[in-house]
Design a protein around this ligand. Structure first.
Ligand SMILES: Cc1cc2nc3c(=O)[nH]c(=O)nc-3n(C[C@H](O)[C@H](O)[C@H](O)COP(=O)(O)OP(=O)(O)OC[C@H]3O[C@@H](n4cnc5c(N)ncnc54)[C@H](O)[C@@H]3O)c2cc1C
Length: 667
């Protein structure tokens, strides 16, 4: 079944009919420079080191090279960047330094040169905020079948069974590897790993480090990447901080060009264009293989547990590069983020990301009350507080709307104080900062956008329809989560797919040659230096207010409970808002090829918001996280993923490939 989207910007179909070839072909290059594995670029020494707190970091890792050849290698290295260092060449470029990006980089660095590009401080990622843990079958009484069953039930039967089997089967080894790398998880009195239980899981299978699991994983992975002598990383490699960059677009070699030169109608990825927010340089990274591990898109909503870096850049850029996108209607709202307005002491500044109250609190016996201290969950679901996230989020939403209140209360104070403090030290400390003792008082909570189940469509090896472009982690849609993610399955999915993408990436890298012409083939993005400063200030201010407006449209019309009318209103309002924003920029001499962090993020937020709305409109049933009042029931005939195919029809600047605009497309 094919459905044209209302804005005409994509063809959207339902069905598992996407064919992703597993064998990648050689990247074409008429006169390309061959890199041999182990004969690597190292351009890090030529880059400035910055210590700024917010910006983006480009990190370079390299595999070891015998000392005897290092001089020859250096000479060759110098050939592999242009004279002003604005083009760099790598075997692998990894976008993102969360669990997926780092885990992958650790492996592929044994086979070639790797650049890790990340948007802020290396640890700043959704990974770093994960509280609950990683799910894996590690207890003899548990089984892969049981984990699969729980995943499929949570996913409202929309999961891809093969993917679920692969993830549940390979999960335990991936967790053991993480421990071997240096991650330290909680152990019970018996000296064995302490396995917690979360909503939707029928066994205790959550490996965790108190309520700061993500921080521990991120710490261990960053250390392993930094630590040349780590026994896990063989052969040891170097990792040097170089400069600050943020990916602004994927460099695609598209169908038309390819057909004209080689008759091949595949789409290829040649690397990424980045903006160094510190040195204010645009740097082009040409790579044989690109891994996108850029995480989620929580900031399309005003209240989100995601850090500021989660603006959906990867999905939007991949969409512009003609990648297939899937299941974007399934946005997971975490039912219990800390509601600041309910705290005794209000934070002075609005938080960039809502503080999460892990569902392990409900797992440990936490009870939800409305502000009249009436327990309400049993009215909605017999599993009460242990019902899946979507059910709890909708129930809270219903209570808030019916009672006109801003938050509900989550109470764990009936449990022993020592137990609360031992299990939730981070939550207890955060609440105490604002005058709330969770061992004696209930916690004010509200739902917040949390996790994007949809993303760039990936095959079982993390491959996409764009050759040379692999994906892992939250940016990917592998089919694991279906219509709803089971708690603690996302760190697991990131670990499994980061690892699965390694061998095909190495194979692709070995077969490919670097196309030095790719550095000049597409117009480079430029900085808006020609724009006068007062106009630039206006642009920045307008972009900031537009971002807030987009977020409130999404919250109001594309939130936890949806309707066709409200989605159509959202579609119209977003279209208007985007057109007005673009017009404002272009009237102030903004050009399509110009880049700036805020403008790039705005484009990407628009793109992701539109993908969510289009996908939500296309799904005329309620399933998992997508609840739509006009179609309140599940329909077996609609048990298919939503797929947005690439198309050449692109109407807005935000959704157009920059190089096409530069080549004279409208505007
Ligand atoms: C508060 C919270 C709690 C969670 N708890 C759990 C849990 O208990 N268990 C679980 O399984 N999952 C949990 N999750 C989800 C899980 O943490 C994420 O899905 C997972 O960590 C994603 O990993 P990732 O590597 O794909 O992306 P991330 O960890 O988000 O990393 C993305 C990286 O990409 C970079 N990036 C983004 N855009 C750009 C760009 N344009 N240019 C350069 N770099 C870019 C970012 O800077 C970042 O380094 C939680 C999430 C949150 C927010």
């Amino acid at each position: 079944m094919a459905m044209s989207l209302l804005d005409g910007s994509a063809n959207l179909r339902c069905g598992w009919n996407l064919h992703i070839k597993k064998q990648h072909q050689h990247a074409a290059g008429l006169s390309s420079l061959i890199f041999k594995t182990g004969f690597l670029t190292d351009v890090t020494g030529l880059c400035a080191i910055s210590s700024a707190a917010h910006g983006a970091v480009f990190r370079s890792v390299r595999a070891p090279v015998p000392k005897s050849i290092s001089a020859a290698r250096s000479a060759r290295i110098l050939c592999l960047q242009d004279s002003n260092s604005n083009t760099k060449y790598f075997d692998f470029v990894v976008v993102g330094s969360g669990v997926a990006g780092l885990r992958y980089a650790l492996e592929v660095s044994k086979h070639g040169s790797v650049a890790i590009i990340t948007k802020a401080e290396p640890h700043e990622s959704n990974t770093n905020y994960a509280q609950g843990g990683v799910s894996a079958v590690l207890c003899p009484s548990d089984s892969v079948e049981s984990h699969m069953q729980d995943t499929i039930v949570a996913g409202a039967y929309l999961c891809d069974e093969e993917t679920v089997r692969v993830v549940c089967t390979e999960g335990p080894d991936r967790v053991k590897e993480l421990i071997a790398i240096g991650a330290s998880f909680d152990h019970g009195d018996d000296g064995k790993l302490h396995l917690a239980r979360e909503g939707g899981h029928s066994h205790n299978r959550i490996v965790h480090a108190a309520d700061m699991t993500g921080r521990e994983i991120e710490r261990a992975l960053l250390k392993a990447v930094d630590d040349e002598a780590h026994p896990f990383v063989r052969p040891p490699f170097r990792y040097r901080s170089a400069d600050f960059s943020v990916m602004v677009d994927i460099i695609p070699k598209n169908t038309c060009f390819q057909k004209a030169t080689t008759g091949d109608d595949e789409i290829y990825c040649h690397g990424v264009d980045t903006l160094n927010t510190e040195t204010r340089q645009v740097v082009r990274f040409i790579a044989k293989v690109t891994l996108l591990a850029s995480g989620g898109a929580g900031h399309i909503y005003p209240t989100t547990t995601n850090p500021l870096v989660a603006t959906g850049d990867g999905v939007a850029m991949a969409r512009r590069a003609q990648a297939v996108i899937s299941n974007m209607e399934f946005v997971q709202f975490h039912p219990t983020a800390l509601a600041d307005e309910g705290l005794p002491i209000k934070p002075t500044n609005r938080r960039e990301n809502a503080f999460l109250i892990t569902e392990a609190v409900r797992g440990d016996g936490g009870i939800l009350y409305n502000q009249s201290m009436h327990r309400f969950m049993p009215l909605y679901d017999e599993r009460a507080e242990l019902a899946p996230r979507d059910v709890v989020a909708r129930s809270i939403d219903d209570q808030l709307k019916k009672r006109g209140e801003k938050y509900v209360l989550l109470d764990i104070s009936h449990k022993p104080r020592e137990q609360i403090l031992a299990h939730f030290p981070n939550i207890a400390a955060e609440c105490l900062r604002y005058g709330l003792d969770i061992t004696s008082s209930p916690i004010p909570v509200v739902p917040a956008a949390h996790y994007m189940c949809g993303g760039i469509r990936a095959g079982l090896q993390g491959e996409t329809n764009v050759k040379g472009l692999y994906v892992a982690g939250e940016v990917a849609c592998t089919g694991l989560h279906g219509a709803n993610r089971l708690a603690s399955n996302s760190l697991l999915e990131a670990l499994v797919f980061a690892r699965r993408a390694v061998q095909p990436s190495i194979d692709h890298m070995t077969r490919s040659s670097l196309d030095i012409h790719a550095s000049t083939m597409w117009t480079r993005p430029v900085l808006p230096t020609s724009i006068e400063s007062h106009a630039m200030q206006e642009i920045l201010f307008r972009t900031k207010t537009t971002r807030v407006e987009l977020q409130s449209i999404m919250w109001e019309y594309v939130g936890i409970v949806r309707s066709t009318n409200r989605l159509k209103t959202a579609e119209w309002k977003i279209g208007e808002l985007e057109a007005e924003w673009e017009e404002f920029l272009f009237r102030r001499e903004w050009k399509p090829m110009m880049v700036g962090l805020q403008a790039c993020e705005m484009k990407n937020l628009f793109c992701c918001a539109k993908l969510v709305v289009s996908s939500a409109l296309a799904r005329q049933e309620s399933r998992g996280l997508h609840y739509i009042e006009d179609f309140p029931f599940l329909e077996e005939s609609k048990r298919k993923p939503t797929i947005i195919f690439p198309t050449s029809l692109k109407l807005t600047w935000s959704s157009q490939q920059a190089h096409k605009l530069a080549a004279g497309a409208p505007r």
